[in-house]
Design a protein around this ligand. Structure first.
Ligand SMILES: C[S@@+](CC[C@H](N)C(=O)[O-])C[C@H]1O[C@@H](n2cnc3c(N)ncnc32)[C@H](O)[C@@H]1O
Length: 434
């Protein structure tokens, strides 16, 4: 089996994914450059498009939607659901919402596909897509709109077979999209405006733009995305202001997707399973602004004293490490967040899987220099850089950088921290100022 360097999700912009970064930084069309540069750009765009092709499993959609219904069975009731990156003949999003149309009480289901999306599995096939010899021709962008699902086959229940029959008998429910089905096209934006909830797995290479459009149109959404997006400066402020949060999530953080059979993509050992056609991504999650029960569960915590006594990483220490240039403590895992600390704490991004907005307030994101300056993080300073170099540190840091620095037990820069504090402390601070 051929081995390739990354095992990160498509669209990943993490520091360890230079290849992915290269793929994603595609200058807009019309950007001047030599023919060679233009060709490289086209290749990069093609590579990004290829990386965007992986398909969500029915069971994952079902599990996620159930988490919202548990909290509020009416979440989708009377709503127009729009899946705008979904070939209705392939997408399990379409299948799930069509099959559960009546159970969820949907008002309407709208699905639009994108011109040129490769075919994954040819789930539903209609006459106009039959190329002959049992082959299915590459579909052109279309929209499918469903306003009711009846027991068409008379088997006493309504399900995907009824939807298939209904669509076969009613070709007018399928409309070609003249503008290619791009979610940014005026045609698709008009459909978006009519929608209440957008649910899909969009192209990761356009994730920021995709979320920005949903926010601009004030839509409810439940979408899949790369977890690295959490710290993007376009996404994090939404999380901080509780306008977007993580969904209920994939089992054990492992997300499995199918990829087109002829994708020609190569993965590290253990990532792609040829027998199932599924590829595993560790760093992919659901992003939403729909409420679910998990985000209201209180995270059980120990006191600072108990953490220092019993927590594996803290045992033997006299206290938590404190940042050199900001008044906050370093907490290496969400499990070690002290229940009784009143100040700001730096926690890893994985904390957001446990984030309960009634319990904690988010103060900042250490990846965003501007935000760090605004909350009062001081530059690392000459003394820190000297100490860092003296102990052999070789990273490209300079005294002016506003990154979180620890000086004990040795000078080091701490990456990807979310700064939080207990909500009761935030409330108390606000009250003392009024
Ligand atoms: C990650 S795949 C997921 C497909 C499907 N939503 C699912 O979950 O199985 C993203 C899909 O978006 C399509 N796509 C890419 N660019 C798009 C665009 N600008 N507008 C709409 N869809 C796009 C891709 O062709 C691809 O099929």
């Amino acid at each position: 089996m051929a081995v390739v360097k990354i095992e990160h999700p498509p669209g990943c912009e993490c520091d360890y994914c230079p290849g992915a970064r290269e793929v994603l930084r595609i200058p807009p069309e019309g950007t001047p450059g030599s023919p060679e540069q233009q060709m490289n750009r086209n290749l990069s765009a093609a590579k990004a498009a290829k990386q965007d092709e992986f398909y969500t499993q029915y069971v994952d959609i079902q599990k996620e939607v159930e988490a919202y219904l548990e909290l509020d069975p009416e979440t989708f009731c009377g709503k127009v659901v729009y899946c705008n990156c979904d070939d209705p003949f392939e997408s399990n999003f379409f299948k799930y919402f069509a099959a559960n149309f009546n159970r969820l009480g949907l008002k309407k289901l709208v699905t639009t596909s994108y011109d040129g999306s490769p075919i994954a599995g040819a789930q539903l096939t209609f006459l106009e897509y039959d190329e002959g010899n049992g082959k299915r021709q590459k579909p052109k962008a279309i929209s499918v709109e469903i306003e009711e699902v009846k027991d068409v086959n008379g088997d006493g229940a309504t399900g995907i077979e009824d939807v298939k029959l209904f669509l076969e008998q009613n070709p007018h429910t399928r409309t070609p999209l003249a503008q290619g089905g791009d979610f940014r096209s005026p045609e698709c934006i008009a459909l978006l405006k009519e929608a209440d909830i957008v649910v899909t797995n969009p192209p990761f290479s356009l994730f920021k733009e995709y979320v920005a459009q949903l926010v601009e149109h004030a839509k409810k959404f439940l979408i899949i995305g790369p977890k690295n997006a959490i710290t993007y400066k376009e996404i994090f402020p939404l999380i901080k202001d509780t306008k977007l949060w993580l969904g209920s999530g994939f089992a054990n953080g492992n997300a499995y997707f199918s990829i087109p059979a002829d994708s020609g993509r190569e993965f590290a050992a253990g990532v792609y399973d040829e027998s199932t056609g599924l590829v595993k991504f560790r760093n992919v999650g659901w992003f939403t602004n729909l409420d679910h029960g998990r985000r209201h569960q209180e995270l059980p915590l120990m006191t600072m004293a108990d953490n220092l006594k019993f927590s594996k990483n803290l045992r033997g220490k006299s206290g938590y490490d404190r940042y050199k240039n900001y008044d906050a403590i370093e907490v290496g895992t969400y499990k070690e967040i002290p229940s009784d600390y009143e100040g700001v704490m730096g926690v890893p991004v994985t904390f957001l899987d446990k984030y309960n907005p009634d319990q904690f307030e988010i103060v900042g994101n250490s990846d965003d220099g501007g935000m760090m300056r605004d909350i009062g993080v001081r530059p690392l300073g000459h003394e820190f850089i000297r100490a860092y170099r003296a102990r052999g540190g070789t990273g490209h840091y300079s005294p002016g950088m506003r990154m979180l620095g620890l000086i004990e037990p040795q000078a080091r820069v701490i990456f990807k921290r979310i700064l939080i504090r207990h909500r009761r402390c935030a409330r108390a601070t606000k009250l003392s100022h009024t």
